[in-house]
Design a protein around this ligand. Sequence first.
Ligand SMILES: [Zn+2]
Length: 397
Amino acid sequence: MKNSLKWISLSLLICSSVNAAQAPAKKLITIDSDVISFTNKSFGPKAMEIKSVEGISLLEIDEDSINELSHEMHERFNRCGGFMVHDSLDEALETLESSEIRNFAKSAPFAEYSLTEEDVVTDMIAQVSEKNITEVIKKLSSYKNRYYKSQSGVDAVHWIKDHWSSLIAHRNDAKVELYEHSKWDQPSVILTIEGTTDETIIIGGHADSVAGYWGRANAHAPGADDNASGIATITETIRILANSGYKPTKTIKFMGYAAEEVGLLGSKAIAKEMKQKNANIVGVLQLDMTNFKGSDLDIVMMTDYTNQQQNAFIGTLLDKYLPEVSWGYDKCGYGCSDHASWHGQGYPASMPFESKKGDMNHNIHTSRDTIEQSRGGSLHAVKFAKLALSYAVELDR
Ligand SMILES: [Zn+2]
């Protein structure tokens, strides 16, 4: 209630200073149909449903309302992300109507899911360091925010690039690049370890952070759990893989996505481009929030907009390499994180999450999302780094 009143008074202030006849700029988004009654009630004509297909709805929404929607998707529906913003009506309709592609991404096998690399995996997962993960979380959460339109959001991604570069400096089969986006300043970052076949494995998470819905470029958004934890988990995975001298057969790419919190923008652009180039992606692992243990289960695999066969494979990895870890399944809704961008392009994605959806860290998207909520350490994220290492090696071989 407090937030809504603030929003109304700020809106009035802004509206009085612009030409009343000027129509607001519009954006097209796809979103879970189960939130339409809420958007109708709260946004009225500012968010109009155009079409719905199989539980996904296409909305035309005032650009000014996007931040408020993203805030509400988190507050009311426990989603990080929660919708996808589209560049054009064609793209939006393609996403909405591509149920055949979604079914393929959900059920087809994309690899031979056998476990054959016990010695290599066991050796690697013994090297996971909680201290290293904690240091990266602390560094990333020391930026005022990592918002996609703020300088600190750009600086944080440059820091990730430099840090990842230092981890692979001794290898001539690896490189780190910034992926620039034309419509906003924050780049995504991609580390590639070249394989010998055309197959590609992707392990990613978003680098941006947000707090509140107004004045986000100046808000204090440490985003320690959401999602410095995922980037730190990926960073530790890179360190161990690179140091081990492991030479992958398939190309392995690690990604820190820009602008997830505002409609999966960064991952959507990358997934779309890779699809256009016919990339042969055999698996995508999404790490978004790995360091808050909110449930009795340690790791919860999201079953919606993910690949069932790959999810089952990850279950076998957990049983074999992390027998002390308890795990289960839940759903997180449409567009809850970047895995939806890959799924939408027909690629097999999985999203192992820190808790059941309802038990997730409720301090995310506020200035309270600090590492203190995880007792100042990264014990929970350690499990995800071990899982990511076993995933990379066993999917590769
Ligand atoms: Zn997130």
